[in-house]
Design a protein around this ligand. Sequence first.
Ligand code: HEM
Length: 400
Amino acid sequence: MKTILKQTIPASPLDFFHNPYPLYDRFRSIHPIHWGNLLKQPGWYVTGYEEAKMILKDTRFINRIPLPLASKKYDELKNIQNDMMLFKNQPDHKRLRFLVSNVFTPKTVDQLRPYIKQTVNELLVSFQNKKTMDIVSDFAFPLASQIIAKILGVPREDRYRFREWASSSIQTIDFTRSRKVLDNGNAEMLIIRNYFKELIMKRKVRPEQDLISLLIKEEQQGDRLTDDELLAACILLVIAGHETTVNLISNSMLVLLKHPQQMMELKENPLLMERAVEEFLRYESPTQMTARVASEDIEIKKKKINKGDQVYILLGAANRDPKQFHEPYLLDIKREPNQHLAFGYGSHFCLGAPLARLEAQIALQSLSAWKDNLQLSDPEVQWRKLIGFRSLKELNITFD
Ligand code: HEM
């Protein structure tokens, strides 16, 4: 039985963007799989950890292009997203994921360790004589751009363009997207597409030691990857690997500055960093929501989900489910076990998780050891009005 909770949005939507967790708890207390109308398209809101995992690993819940009602106006966006593994189902998903993960391996990522350290150091040195820094735009964004651009083989002088691209693209896959966001996103996608088309052409003529050249090699070893899929794979890596990593670094820094005792512990014992990053991923998950569609009638935990129903999986809520996490509202950098769902679960589990983890560990290690007196300029921070992502507008800090 679908009972729609009438007042699903808190008194002020701003409260929700500031702190979505009470609403998640409210949904979960009704049922961990709850029919609601928080977003334009009603659907099932999954807030329970066990339920989220069940749905993410169940292939009867499929991914579909997130622009179901889009008109021809948004063809640019729609076509590119159609070719991204993130929105593909089997067997295409398996094929694409296999090809990309063949060249984007945990080993490739580990080899980047010195480059990430060097980039972090250069960024911090450039702020050595200053007294303030916006962690989001002065540190996390340039870091994430440099790294993903280096992996793909984007020339240094073009890397600054990534921020705008990533930022507008991420909004187009958030369920709060407006027509204006889609208009901008579509126009921006045309630019991104042309940019990468040209770069791919160049690498076809003169291959280098970068991911684009390696993907081209895969493409040329048979008809396993089309030109459009190759293009979409590059764009997906820029989008998926960018904002989320920026958010992980910025959210973690915010959380640490609000928990000075745990910041101190990390400084004294850097070996705690790996576990700490897992806790930051759980506590302020950069991706708060993903979605699926039921491909047939499915009964789960006594809820009858009909074919075609939209299912919203609230990863940020699952990661604070008290049935799975002891005292979920408590930040504990030594939490164990900590099997959070911040990178998803099942066949679409984040391909970039090793890179995101490594970047965050190095960035936070260097930042926390950098100065003794890092402080928030203002304890009240502003969050972007996104429902699928936990993303700070800025994070200004001061230091001597
Ligand atoms: C903290 C940073 C990150 C977070 C929180 C994150 C989160 C996620 C989540 C939740 C999914 C699954 C979506 C779903 O099941 O619908 C996903 C998929 C994906 N992520 Fe990440 N991600 C991060 C960083 C990265 C990075 C750095 C890259 C690459 C450079 C990346 C590439 C991908 C790709 C390619 C997929 C699609 C996998 C597939 O469909 O098989 N991500 N990510």
